[in-house]
Design a protein around this ligand. Structure first.
Ligand code: FAD
Ligand code: SF4
Length: 488
């Protein structure tokens, strides 16, 4: 521990994000960095608490506690305080393949479990993580590591999201020959075509993919296994196959009018935008534009927030984000104690920008959609909503419409951000894999083995819709399981 009294002397500080007024005019990242001196003081706040919960990575019931990657947080906090960034990077790399991703987009489960957070604001762990890796890149110290030996075993990884990339990276370093198959034209999964550029600049994803290529990983893009590359052929050609295909089947909106023109799933909207941005700086017009439209986003979560931020950058007329659940409290409730992840209200970048632009938070809680109305041309013209209250009926919480609260909201674009049901089933059916009750590929966390010998599963397609940090953990675990299977 660098400074025993650091947590008493220094307050939690984060570098100021770029102001909403400025950042909403472009697609550049909005987070910024401190200089090293200021960062050191934040590292000094780590208490060396003896039993650090920040890196435990456990689930308590359905709630996360600490970093799922078991990042050695107190160690690198101390090293940062001492100004030893090279060693901090070495320690960070032991557990996290891609700190440049988690340092930007992770909700920082670690900070929810930081011991200092029991009575003071927690250590700025995520920001420190991001700073360490960005410094190393800037100083040219993140270099390709060519594996020293080859096992001549061939492994196919299907899907290049964070789980597929982490799995491929680990297996490659173990000496196996890894090919990543990706149906999209760019690698990265939702890191590339889900999370918008202002949260995670796509050059950051490309940089890592290029590094992995230099290290020996082969990427085959525009190749959909089960469609333009037979799944059984793949299984026969490779010594092992790891499915990292994500949880991409969206939860459907089942109300009348959901199929009207102008109603889109959030990921289709976000993906088209990023692709057009990268291909032509939006000049090819191959995206779903929110310009001059009243936009209704259905879903109050992070994906909905990304839709709000993207719509604002297009120049929408207004944006409203509907959420069926109640507003979260500002502080932890007694049944959500430390070190659980705090279920508290977060005003994220999209909402900050909407507040700046329109003077109010775009979120409306306890509101659901009853119908979408179209015009004569089959285009969306309004969304019908009603407020709800939650009632306990025979032990189950159900939403009950409140009479008289019905509203008709004019709009020209509706974005459905209601989460995902599970993985797409085509490939799973072709390989006759068993699935669990939620339609995910059935495989235990201990060995990631599917019901077909030599086929493994990791990431959202096994665990269900989750987070980048969990996907990286899944990819690492699956790589260990594949290695044990190949080398036994
Ligand atoms: C809009 C959005 C924003 C998000 N923001 C955050 C965030 O800020 N922070 C966070 O931690 N998490 C976020 N998440 C969640 C996070 O992105 C996912 O949990 C994570 O990407 C899952 O990783 P994965 O590797 O399992 O799958 P994915 O990232 O979904 O990657 C799966 C890949 O498999 C490919 N694929 C599928 N089937 C085939 C096939 N048959 N052949 C070849 N390729 C195939 C897909 O094209 C895709 O590239 C967000 C999710 C969304 C939708
Ligand atoms: S990966 Fe996420 S949970 Fe783990 S240390 Fe980084 S920010 Fe915290």
């Amino acid at each position: 521990m660098g400074k025993p009294t650091g947590f008493l002397e220094y307050d939690r500080r984060l570098p100021e994000d770029r102001p909403p007024k400025e950042r909403m005019k472009d697609w550049k990242e909005f987070h910024t960095h401190f200089d090293l001196e200021k960062l050191r003081l934040q590292g000094a706040r780590c208490m060396d608490c003896g039993i650090p919960f920040c890196h435990t990575g456990k689930l308590i019931g359905n709630t996360s506690m600490g970093c799922p990657l078991n990042n050695l947080i107190p160690e690198w906090n101390d090293l940062v305080y001492r100004g030893n960034m090279d060693e901090a990077y070495r320690r960070l790399s032991l557990t996290n393949n891609f700190p440049e991703f988690t340092g930007r987009v992770c909700p920082a489960l670690c900070e929810g479990s930081c011991t200092l957070g029991m009575h003071d604001p927690p250590v700025t762990i995520r920001n420190i993580e991001c700073h360490i890796i960005d410094t190393m890149y800037a100083e040219g110290k993140v270099k390709p590591r060519r594996p020293e030996k080859s096992t001549n075993k061939r492994v196919a990884v299907v899907g290049s999201g964070p789980s597929g990339l982490a799995c491929a990276d680990q297996l490659n370093q173990m000496g196996h020959k890894v090919t990543v198959f990706e149906r999209a034209d760019r690698a990265g999964g939702l890191l590339m075509y889900g999370i918008p550029n202002m949260k995670l600049d796509k050059s950051v994803v490309d940089r890592r993919v290029k590094l992995m290529e230099k290290e020996g990983v082969t990427f085959k893009l525009n190749t959909e296994i089960g469609k333009n590359y037979p799944a059984v052929k793949l299984v026969n050609e490779f010594d092992a196959v790891v499915l990292c295909t994500g949880s991409t089947a969206p939860r459907q909106l089942t109300v009348e009018g959901a199929d009207l023109k102008g109603v889109h799933y959030a990921v289709d909207f976000l993906k088209a935008n990023t692709k057009s941005l990268l291909d032509s700086n939006l000049e090819d017009r191959m995206y779903i534009s929110a310009k001059d439209k009243n936009v209704i986003v259905i879903g109050g979560g992070d994906t909905g927030t990304d839709c709000v931020g993207t719509s604002i950058r297009h120049g929408c007329k207004s944006v409203t984000q509907l959420e069926i659940m109640p507003e979260l409290p500002e502080e932890r409730t007694p049944n959500n104690p430390w070190p659980e992840w705090p279920k508290i209200k977060k005003t994220d970048y999209g909402q900050e920008e909407a507040i700046e632009l329109y003077g109010h938070d775009p979120r409306e809680y306890l509101t659901t959609v009853t119908k979408i109305e179209g015009d004569d041309m089959g285009r969306v013209k309004a969304v019908h909503t009603v407020n709800v209250e939650w009632k306990n009926e025979n032990g189950r919480m159900v939403s009950v419409p409140i009479k008289g609260s019905e509203r008709v909201r004019e709009c020209e674009l509706v974005l459905i951000a209601m989460g995902f049901l599970g993985p797409e089933q085509g490939l799973i059916k072709q390989l006759t894999l068993k699935t669990d009750a939620r339609s995910n590929i059935l495989a235990k966390e201990e060995d990631h083995k599917s019901s077909l010998r030599g086929v493994f599963a990791a990431g959202d397609c096994r665990r269900g819709q989750s987070l980048v940090v969990w996907a990286i953990r899944e990819g690492r675990q699956a790589a260990d399981a594949v290695d044990a299977y190949l080398m036994k």
